[in-house]
Unconditional design. Sequence first.
Length: 94
Amino acid sequence: MKSAFELAMERLSKDSPTVKLTKEQKKQIAELDSKYAAKIAEREIFLKAEIAKAIEKGDFEAMQQLEKQLVSTRKSLQVELGEKKDKLRESHGK
């Protein structure tokens, strides 16, 4: 008897079969991961410094705005990264 996990994995592989990537695509995806990890880290460092300044000043409204901006920036960069990875995966065989 198969577990629920095994059944779900079978359904998933039928709906969207695994795509085999070339070495070049894997390399490009790794480069994208690295590039976006650096972008995210850069923005986090900047915004966290700004948050610390706002806290020192006692400006909690600015702090909350900066925290929202940090979350938003992180999400948008992750979405952008995902879209670029998807394009690379879709280019397989073209």
